[in-house]
Design a protein around this ligand. Structure first.
Ligand code: AMP
Length: 197
């Protein structure tokens, strides 16, 4: 420590890179206001915990709510969006960084490259596509990063049952399926990432 570092805890903390959490969630609001509320809470909590958020870069639905809440809490948010979706998902213009990429495949690759962990909130087909991309890449040993799902009011129960059935049929590995860690609450998921106490 030099005399210029008055607070050892602050200076030590600044040496540690912020955890980069990639959030997958719906580009729609969903039928129940609880979905947008959860996205907003996730953005707020991640930002306040000092995590950097990577997400799909849009301004709509749960994705927009996540980013807006994180920005309002002073968080760092990186968006990754394909050029063709700039209009449809309304590329967010207030982010620290909005990367415009060639297509959906590059978007997923880039989100993975940037991230230390994946946090899945309720969503639709796009969210599942992103989730399965990271699960299957993990199955192939391409990464070992944590893959979490916030099982809000049992949202992912049917998916988990479906995956368990695939394992019973011998067509999916127990370990590969177990890589998807489900948490009953956002708090529990953040705790797993060391972002809550
Ligand atoms: P959804 O869950 O369908 O509301 O979509 C959530 C996000 O996933 C949106 O940003 C979609 O653009 C994105 N998405 C949809 N399909 C794909 C895909 N094939 N590859 C990557 N992202 C996708």
């Amino acid at each position: 420590m030099t005399p210029a570092d008055p607070d050892p805890s602050t200076s030590a903390r600044s040496l540690v890179r912020a955890l980069v959490v990639c959030v997958f969630c719906g580009a729609r609001d969903g039928a129940d206001p609880r979905f947008v509320a959860l996205a907003r809470l996730a953005g707020d909590r991640l930002a306040r915990a000092g995590a950097t958020i990577v997400y799909g870069g849009g301004r709509v639905g749960m994705m927009g709510a996540l980013a807006d809440a994180a920005l309002a809490a002073g968080g760092q948010v990186i968006g990754v969006i394909p050029g063709v979706l700039l209009d449809r998902e309304m590329g967010h213009t207030e982010l620290a960084r909005l990367e415009v990429v060639a297509d959906m495949q590059v978007r997923k690759q880039r989100m993975i490259e940037l991230s230390d962990a994946f946090l899945t909130l309720p969503g639709g087909l796009g969210t599942l596509d992103e989730l399965f991309e990271v699960l299957t890449l993990r199955q192939l040993g391409e990464h070992q990063l944590p893959i979490l799902a916030v099982n809000d009011q049992g949202y992912f129960d049917t998916l988990a049952a479906c995956l368990a059935e695939f394992v019973d049929h011998g067509l999916a590995g127990q370990r590969d399926v177990a890589a998807l860690e489900r948490f009953a609450s956002l708090d529990a998921a953040l705790l797993r990432l060391g972002l809550a106490t």
